[in-house]
Design a protein around this ligand. Sequence first.
Ligand SMILES: Nc1ncnc2c1ncn2[C@@H]1O[C@H](COP(=O)(O)OP(=O)(O)OP(=O)(O)O)[C@@H](O)[C@H]1O
Length: 273
Amino acid sequence: MSLPPEPSAPLVSLRDVRFAYGEREVLRGIDLSVHRGQVVAIMGGSGCGKTTLLRLIGGQLRASSGTVEVEGRNMASLSGGELYALRRRMGMLFQFGALFTDMSVFDNVAFPMREHTSLPAGMIRDLVMMKLQAVGLRGAATLSPGELSGGMARRVALARAVALDPMLILYDEPFAGLDPISLGIIGQLIRRLNDALGASSVMVTHDVHESLEIVDYIYFVSDGRIVARGTPDEIRASGDPFVHQFVNAEADGPVPFHYPAPPIDSLLGGRGV
Ligand SMILES: Nc1ncnc2c1ncn2[C@@H]1O[C@H](COP(=O)(O)OP(=O)(O)OP(=O)(O)O)[C@@H](O)[C@H]1O
């Protein structure tokens, strides 16, 4: 008989996770936990494997080795149906949170409810309005995405991501392309929605300063490994050169500027690409 997970067990747990796209190993032994109620940020330089990590947690990719557990269940051992049921309880906001441009704001938020539930239209209407109210856009229900500002569109995408009251919300670059005011609003909403839903959230982001304001814990990834981690206070006080480079947005430091390549002198004089 299998026992239910202990209440204190993390909601998401990655142990020694490796992942490769073909021959190219992108993650090289990741250990990471997300406890219930937490908002956790994953940060790191471009191409270090953050989105890949999010896709492993979301069950869109399978680890080459190691274990990815969500709610105490090993993602690799789930059947297609079990994985589908688990993913239905996750909300996802992927890069730029594209809305369906041929649907109104209302229909965008109603979409997951109509797809995944058999709730009557009146109840869906009330639920959509509550989600839009939560992001401050109840008054924009009849607008089309083309009539929204970038910050408003992101808020609608957020309302859509939480349409089914997920237990886990995954965000890929939720702040990308936003002005500073919208960025602050989205940050506060991520925290507020997480707490109001009793959910847990994982967000991949480059925005250290906004993240330090709203998250409980931060992991820094470089070259497929966790190189630093801590609470916002620990990160602010950290003497780690990687963290320092990131928090202070310095061009020089442990984060490599160059994508891996042979030395340039081996290529000069028409000897290769
Ligand atoms: N489908 C794929 N096939 C092959 N290689 C891939 C694929 N997706 C990503 N990669 C490579 O894997 C590495 C990690 O990609 P990933 O998108 O996880 O990085 P990231 O940290 O999210 O980057 P960014 O911050 O720039 O979005 C990159 O070098 C990328 O080129």
